[in-house]
Design a protein around this ligand. Structure first.
Ligand code: GCU
Ligand code: CA
Length: 138
């Protein structure tokens, strides 16, 4: 199944401000992280069973600097300094997908800025786990 987790919805934690001044986001806003190394957007996600899942990260990066981030799952770094390419404008949103291991039940997924300019703006993550699709799904 695929479930969307908005950056502005608890228990998600934004190490910065939830803002809504750049259109195109889902829900009621996005996480504008602090411009600092280690700035984090954190999500609590649920998997039906242990195994590999895909995490689609929707973000906007309207500047031209590089904003790599560590992808950290349950405290373990899954990808170091993973690239988030510039999207051309803060109102232009793009999706980057990473593959991660999840435990059955609750998991913590963190995007942790590798450089001093912080994260791109983060809208949501969508997690697709190994659970069977419902009958009739395409
Ligand atoms: C601008 C933009 C923010 C963004 C910030 C940044 O201030 O309005 O949404 O987060 O740049 O460079 O991180
Ligand atoms: Ca920012």
């Amino acid at each position: 199944a695929t479930v969307r987790y908005e950056a502005e919805s608890a228990p998600a934690v934004c190490d910065g401000l939830i803002e809504s001044n750049h259109t195109g986001y889902s829900g009621s806003g996005f996480c504008n992280s602090s411009n600092a190394t280690g700035a984090t957007a954190q999500f609590t996600v649920t998997a039906a069973s242990a195994g590999t899942a895909t995490v689609a990260i929707r973000y906007a990066h309207g500047a031209t600097d590089s904003r790599p981030a560590n992808i950290v799952v349950n405290g373990s770094t899954v990808e170091s300094a993973s690239a988030f390419g510039a999207t051309g404008a803060w109102t232009t949103w793009s999706t980057k997908t990473v593959t991660v291991p999840l435990n059955a039940g609750s998991n913590t997924v963190q995007l942790v800025a590798s450089t001093g300019t912080g994260l791109p703006n983060i809208d949501y993550v969508e997690v697709t786990d190994g659970a069977a699709q419902q009958t009739g799904a395409i």
